[in-house]
Design a protein around this ligand. Structure first.
Ligand code: WT7
Length: 666
């Protein structure tokens, strides 16, 4: 398949139908006076940052981080689009996240309240974390990991995951965390792409009440060819289940970490030293290894975590429900909160195990005061009913955050009323794996919030909505979201593929960053995000590529051709709907059997999160004369709408054929 290297907005350009009501929302929620008074930042922060953007970020970098060697230059943009922030400074991320809090006398402060799905708990103070991270860093060094080497991490959400990431950071070994729900195939390609010599995993983790194995998936991944690059697999015992074992290669965490020395000097690294690689779906079949560096990333992670959530590290209990397999877990479970010295909750399992009040029970138990979660979770809770959270004391909550996709005003107002007791600010935070940290969001003590809108670029951030010619649209207009100035936590590239980095983000509009999101400005100039304009879907706040799922489908022997669209879904935001043309002999088996087999195949290829909700067997796909699939028309079918303008199809009867086939009794 020929792939256009520069993602042009496609026929998915029109805002998703379910989101139109966003723009009719006119309720306002200004912060109450008491909250505004005690807030970390006030309205002046915008004028300060806007009058001297670089000076603002330099001040934040100095105030929020400890530097082993100070920086003198703030931003070097001469190599654009690859930015260098604070480049002549040196620092260590793990030292900033852990040691310095102990040195400042806060070693007894709880860093992590861990809640396992089965109900087991562990509490780690900053002093505990320092010992564990130092031991793990020594163990990794003993396994041959040096500064600059990549380490793959494939773990459930347990304390060792945070420890492993920080241990990598401590020695300057960029980590590549692969979400535990991804398949062996996905893990294999990520190990190869990053050339990771060590994989850190666990025997398994708890999910929906059962011990679900991870280690066999690692073995399967290595059997696909990555065994040549991987020298060691470091295995945490979490569930106690039996694991396949390769002598010499596999080592138990408790054998090598628990016995290691607690003394380890963090390595002072250049501010531009790569901190991590995180793969995310793009518009082609191959995931992009987005990589972030140290000084700028930590600066923006810490600033946004402190000020978007109004964090008071001494008193707040913070909880972000994301898994560390996603960027939200990197920035708002690991680096932001720990650099700020916060106390936080991490929870291994699903929200409904063993009952639908589990999250609210956790909020009550730990006195959670700041909660950061995704619209899909909020909508799921809405479905379960407000009597579930009503059974728990949620009065400790004082700030609520949302991330991952546009939040519909109904979910926003429900979140504030039912979870926030009609009292808490709600911050809708827009950002991406690529941006590294929050970019557009209200500030809870400053902004009069509008349900459904992320509203305002943060201080020191320059965003706009532009038309096809890169011209800013007037208030009331719609177009593409762009970022017009470099920001500290911006991605520094796609691992091993600088050309793709330039093509994907910097070629649509010369010199400015193309985010891939459609957006509108309302009459006040506030920004409303309207979903992706490229072939990327957002399912439960997770990014999935239509092309990647199509490739997985056509790799099945029964499938001749496939087209995938994201259809609006009440709970998950979008859902994967696949249209497939079967090969001659496969067409004989029942559509139900075929669909079951294909869904399992996609789960094996990518992971269960990519499984199509619906698979429709069709005789043809709608294509333009140049052979491009018109997904817009398929989305109309998937969303049970009248099919839109089909006049540019090569064969205009195709849509009739598809619909007749679908209407026919099975
Ligand atoms: C895409 C980035 C950022 C962490 C989670 C997802 C969508 C994210 C919002 C929001 C509207 C949002 C965008 C963006 N998105 N947050 N508050 N309002 N849309 O990270 O997997 O890199 O996905 O998620 O479409 O481009 P990601």
């Amino acid at each position: 398949m020929a792939l256009d290297p520069a993602p042009r907005p496609t026929d998915q350009d029109a805002p998703r139908p379910g989101l139109e009501n966003l723009l009719q929302e006119d309720r306002r929620f200004p912060p109450d006076a008491a909250f505004a008074d005690q807030a970390n930042v006030h309205a002046e922060v915008y004028s300060w940052a806007n009058s001297d953007r670089l000076g603002f970020w330099a001040d934040q970098a100095r105030a929020l981080l400890d530097w082993a060697a100070p920086f003198h230059e703030v931003l070097d943009w001469t190599g654009a689009p690859v930015a260098r922030w604070f480049a002549d400074g040196r620092l260590n991320a793990a030292y900033n996240a852990v040691d310095r809090h102990v040195e400042a006398g806060n070693g007894d402060r709880v860093a992590l309240h861990f809640e396992g799905e089965p109900g087991d708990t562990r509490t780690l103070t900053y002093a505990d974390l320092q010992r564990e991270v130092a031991k793990a860093a020594n163990a990794l060094t003993a396994l041959g990991v040096g500064t600059g080497d990549r380490v793959a991490i494939y773990l459930p959400l347990i304390p060792e995951t945070v420890i492993a990431m920080l241990a990598c950071a401590r020695i300057g070994a960029p980590h590549s965390v692969v979400f535990g729900g991804f398949s062996a195939e996905a893990l294999h390609t990520r190990i190869l792409d990053a050339d990771a010599h060590v994989v850190i995993t666990a025997d398994g983790g708890y999910r929906r009440g059962t011990a679900s194995a991870l280690k066999p998936t690692v073995d399967e991944a290595l059997s696909k060819g990555s065994a040549d690059v991987v020298r060691h697999v470091l295995v945490v015992r979490r569930t106690g289940q039996d694991v396949p074992w390769t002598e010499g290669r596999d080592v138990w965490w408790h054998d090598v970490v628990d016995t290691a020395s607690e003394q380890h000097d963090p390595v002072p690294l250049e501010a531009e030293h790569p901190l991590f690689i995180l793969y995310t779906s793009g518009t082609t079949g191959k995931p992009k290894g987005i990589f972030h560096t140290t000084g700028g990333y930590l600066t923006q992670a810490a600033w946004t975590h402190r000020n978007v959530f109004d964090l008071k590290p001494e008193t707040d209990v913070y909880w972000c429900t994301a898994d560390v397999g996603w960027v939200t877990g990197h920035t708002y479970v690991v680096y932001g909160p720990l650099v700020n010295g916060a106390t936080q909750v991490i929870y291994e399992g699903t929200p409904d195990t063993p009952h639908r009040g589990r999250w609210w029970e956790i909020v009550q138990k730990y006195g959670v005061s700041i909660l950061y979660t995704a619209p899909t979770a909020i909508r799921t809770c809405m479905k379960w009913g407000e009597d579930v959270p009503a059974e728990f004391d949620l009065s400790s909550l004082r700030v609520l955050g949302s991330v991952g996709e546009p939040i519909n005003p109904e979910a926003w107002t429900w979140y504030r009323r039912v979870i926030g007791g009609d009292r808490t600010p709600v911050v809708d935070t827009w950002w991406q794996t690529e941006t590294g940290a929050i970019m557009i969001s209200p500030l809870p003590g400053v902004t009069a919030a509008k349900p459904g809108s992320a509203q305002t670029p943060l201080p020191g951030i320059a965003a706009d909505v532009v038309d096809d010619d890169a011209k800013p649209v007037p208030d009331g207009g719609g177009g593409y979201l762009v970022l017009t100035e470099p920001w500290p936590s911006m991605l520094r590239g796609i691992w091993g593929d600088e050309q793709r980095f330039r093509d994907t983000y910097w070629s649509r509009f010369a010199g400015i960053y193309f985010a891939g999101d459609g957006a509108k400005k309302d009459d006040d100039g506030d920004i409303w995000l309207l979903g992706r304009v490229d072939d990327v879907m957002n399912v439960s706040g997770h990014r999935l590529s239509t092309t990647e799922i199509e490739s997985a489908l056509v790799s099945h022997p029964s499938v001749a051709e496939a087209a995938v669209v994201g259809a609006t879904d009440d709970t998950t935001g979008q859902a994967v709907v696949a249209f497939v043309i079967l090969r001659g002999d496969a067409a004989a088996s029942s559509p139900e059997e075929t669909a079951t087999e294909l869904r399992a195949h996609v789960a094996r290829q990518i992971g269960p999160i990519a499984k199509p909700r619906t698979i429709l067997v069709v005789p043809e796909l709608p294509k333009t004369r140049s052979g491009k699939i018109m997904r817009r028309l398929l989305r109309d079918v998937a969303e049970h709408r009248e099919v839109g303008d089909a006049t540019t199809l090569a064969d205009s009867s195709v849509m009739d054929l598809i619909q007749q086939g679908l209407a026919a009794p099975k």
